[in-house]
Ligand binder design. Structure first.
Ligand code: ADP
Length: 165
């Protein structure tokens, strides 16, 4: 019998910081794929709040309970080239709003043209998470608001520390 190939998905994002919305997509994705590679996309033109090391360290703790979730980052390369390197057949993305749809639609079509063998798989946000974004979290936490139902306590602590500096 032919050996079954592992179904690997790459879940790319800035994760600056990781939110409950990201974790929800990862948890659900891990049930659909044999392996999910959570890949921090390093964008040198953006000024992030958390360094790449801080995001890696935080996500490592948050994801350690998932046996089929790996953590990585990539820089200066196309997402589809990175996905090929990881032997992924899917790019996992989350959808919240119509704005997300417009952006994601364009990216998915461009990626399909560049790498027809890789499918973009969209997961609809879960109820209660559609408003949740890293930018919203940064805004709330920068003004001293609570991170409850937005981010795990570990993320809240790190982000609060950053804003205190
Ligand atoms: P990017 O800079 O690539 O948009 P993000 O970290 O903002 O990176 O998001 C990574 C992915 O996670 C995107 O597909 C985004 O739509 C999805 N995502 C973020 N927050 C949520 C949420 N609350 N519900 C569903 N998907 C989400």
């Amino acid at each position: 019998m032919a050996k079954k190939t592992k179904k690997i998905a790459v879940y790319p994002g800035s994760f600056d910081p990781p939110t409950d919305g990201h974790l929800n997509i990862i948890e659900r994705g891990a049930k659909l794929f044999d392996e999910v590679v959570v890949a921090i996309a390093v964008n040198s033109s953006k000024k992030p709040l958390l360094t790449i090391q801080e995001r890696l360290k935080t996500l490592k703790v948050l994801l350690k309970k998932h046996r089929n979730v790996r953590l990585d980052f990539f820089e200066n390369k196309l997402l589809v080239h990175y996905a090929r390197e990881k032997k992924a057949t899917a790019i996992l993305r989350g959808l919240r709003t119509v704005q997300d749809y417009e952006y994601e639609f364009q990216m998915a079509l461009a990626n399909k043209q560049l790498a027809p063998e890789i499918e973009t798989v969209f997961m609809m946000t879960d109820s209660g998470l559609s408003h949740l974004s890293s930018s919203l979290v940064k805004e709330i936490l920068s003004l001293g608001g609570s991170g409850k139902n937005l981010v795990p306590p570990l993320v809240e602590k790190i982000v609060h520390q950053k804003f205190k500096k």
